[in-house]
Design a protein around this ligand. Structure first.
Ligand SMILES: [Zn+2]
Length: 87
């Protein structure tokens, strides 16, 4: 005998939380194994910034100073979630 499973779907409202401030950061992940650096990645970080353009500036300055080409950029945004109607 098979068993029938039914799923009910519900809508959710996912919106940015206006009470929080978005944070942006970048980390240099350039591979330094070919150099005499003691870790595989550079690891330099912009720190948490509240301005996306400031992260871009940090990357441009780090590139200018070091020539490192690879970065990982992160955006952190507060979210408010509300359950909505069942479908
Ligand atoms: Zn670097």
């Amino acid at each position: 005998m098979g068993q029938t499973t039914r799923y009910r779907f519900r809508q959710y409202g996912i919106t940015p939380d206006p009470m929080t401030v978005a944070e942006f950061s970048a980390v240099c992940v350039s591979d330094l194994r070919a150099s005499d650096h003691d870790s595989p990645e550079c690891g330099a970080s912009s720190g948490e910034l509240t301005d996306a353009a400031a992260v871009t500036r940090w990357i441009a300055e780090h590139l200018r100073d070091t020539g490192h080409p690879n970065y990982r950029q992160t955006t952190s945004v507060g979210i408010t979630a509300e359950p909505g109607e069942w479908q």
